[in-house]
Ligand binder design. Structure first.
Ligand SMILES: [Mn+2]
Length: 330
């Protein structure tokens, strides 16, 4: 879908074709879309004969290590890379790639910004932001195929993981007929969705099950069980020995409860710094508006914020604002 204010796929393709070395990057604490869209684009550009450097400040979490090409994703080493173009994927604001990645890519004369967060301020020299796309992986598929870039089995695998994870396995309302058409086209090209879904959703280590047990023991409800929340503390992380990526999808357990319309996890990233992840199941309840009250943002049905406060204070403050919003809107 062409979006006004966006550069065209053809303009972006022309810049990539003319580039010598391209740095590709995505947001901190990367999820399936951040890494799948990054690797899908990077592997295609490599096939097209480009020199590509894949960067993520936090690297690849264990549960996405199976992605074809995952070993190519480097953490910045403090040096400024010799690249003329950088591409940021799935990154709502430029600083979300992390200061080390910003530094590593600071020699790029052109930044291309490809994203699906509606709040994206269009920080690139070339921007393609489609807030209706359920995943950046879907935008990358449309870009590559419409502009004649090579798409291999490895590209398909990465783009499927991007789309499957950001749509909650095609459950979220952002999923469209086009989303299914993209996956259908990839399946006709040999994509094995059952194999990838098994790798994504049926390979939980016991550590993660222990984390789920703790969530089920500790979750709290308010507003007539319409809001579910969990305070995920440093003490829990240390007791279980969690690894990055272990919390991926945990919030869907809260979200899945019949009475619940808004689910929130408060994660103590370190003492006094609380990362809020919020989900809504009801279009009337806009969690990005509630997160914006605390300097955060995101999508209407999936948003986040960071609160500088002890976890009990931060969760009480946020839940009060969310409860007011729910009482007013739903
Ligand atoms: Mn995304």
């Amino acid at each position: 879908m062409p979006v006004p204010d966006n550069h065209t796929f053809a303009e972006i393709a022309a810049v990539l074709r003319a580039a010598r070395r391209i740095g590709v990057v995505s947001h901190l604490r990367p999820d399936g879309d951040a890494l799948g869209s990054l690797l899908g684009l990077a592997l295609s550009l490599e096939q097209a004969g480009k020199e590509v450097i894949c960067l993520n400040q936090d690297g690849v979490p264990w549960h996405l290590a199976f992605l074809p090409g995952a070993e190519k994703v480097l953490k910045p080493d403090g040096n400024v890379l010799d690249v003329d173009v950088s591409v940021a994927l799935d990154t709502a604001t430029q600083d979300r790639v992390g200061t080390d990645c910003l530094h590593a890519l600071s020699a790029a004369k052109i930044t291309i910004n490809i994203d699906h967060h509606p709040s994206n301020p269009r920080y690139g020299q070339l921007d393609y932001v489609d807030g209706t796309a359920p995943a950046v992986g879907e935008i990358v598929f449309d870009f590559l195929t419409s502009q004649g870039f090579p798409v291999t089995a490895a590209v398909y695998d990465n783009l499927f993981v991007a789309i499957s994870t950001d749509t909650g396995s095609f459950q979220y309302s952002s999923t469209t007929a086009h989303t299914h058409e993209v996956v259908a086209e990839m399946m006709r090209g040999g994509l094995n969705t059952a194999r990838l879904s098994n790798l994504l959703y049926s390979q939980n280590p016991m550590r993660r099950v222990e984390l789920l047990r703790t969530l089920l023991n500790e979750m709290q409800f308010r507003a007539d069980h319409r809001i579910a929340s969990w305070n995920y503390t440093q003490a829990t992380k240390q007791r279980i020995g969690v690894l990055p990526g272990d919390t991926e999808g945990l919030i869907d357990t809260l979200r899945s409860i019949d009475s619940v319309i808004a689910a929130v996890i408060f994660e103590e990233t370190r003492e006094g710094v609380i990362r809020v992840s919020a989900r809504s199941k009801d279009e009337r309840v806009d969690v990005s508006a509630v997160c914006a009250q605390f300097g955060g943002g995101g999508h209407r049905l999936a948003a986040g914020a960071t609160l500088p406060a002890p976890i009990e204070t931060a969760s009480a403050l946020y839940l009060k604002a969310l409860e007011e919003h729910v009482e007013r809107t739903a």
